[in-house]
Design a protein around this ligand. Sequence first.
Ligand code: DX5
Ligand code: ZN
Length: 221
Amino acid sequence: MSDFLIAPSILSADFARLGTEVDNVLEAGADVVHFDVMDNHYVPNLTIGPGVCAALRKYGITAPIDVHLMVQPVDDLIRMFIDAGASYITFHPEASGHIDRSLQLIRDGGCKAGLVFNPATGLHYMDHVMDKLDMILLMSVNPGFGGQSFIPGTLDKLREARKRINASGKDIRLEIDGGVKVENIREIAAAGADMFVAGSAIFNTEDYARTIQSMREELAR
Ligand code: DX5
Ligand code: ZN
């Protein structure tokens, strides 16, 4: 695995052929499977739950699964995704009544824990829980749908988050989610991200390997 992780969001995959799609995107060079969970309550859309995560594990997927919870409340689903074979679990701080407890729950289950920041959510939520974070995920679109455009102001926020991570001296991934594509991945990396979710930019292309390779070439430039 390179230091930059590419995490295709299966939200844009063909759900009727999900196992094959995940196989294909991993063979194409993806590092991590990004798994978007929406509840039509925290966000205005409804997707997939722990049963689908468990089914992917049963099918034979061994790559890390990065579960992005866009649900409220969070703790019951955290428990279920731990049992379903998640590797990373992230949630939105506004959706948890007890952020520290939810992070601890994830870590106690043997998963890596992270907080997700919507475009208008302040980074202060990380201040008192740095010790419990393995990842920080910045949304560069408002959550709920794939295929939206990257919000440019996120670049400044990435730089600020990168500063805070570096100042902490901790090994915390900085993930970006929303509107990431070959054309902008380089400037997003330059602003501090080291893990890149891309849904439509990968699954809406014919040749996943070629798209992921183009992203890696941009990252290496
Ligand atoms: C949006 C989801 C994203 C989404 C990204 O709420 O969290 O992971 O699938 O899709 P693209 O890459 O198409 O913006
Ligand atoms: Zn996501």
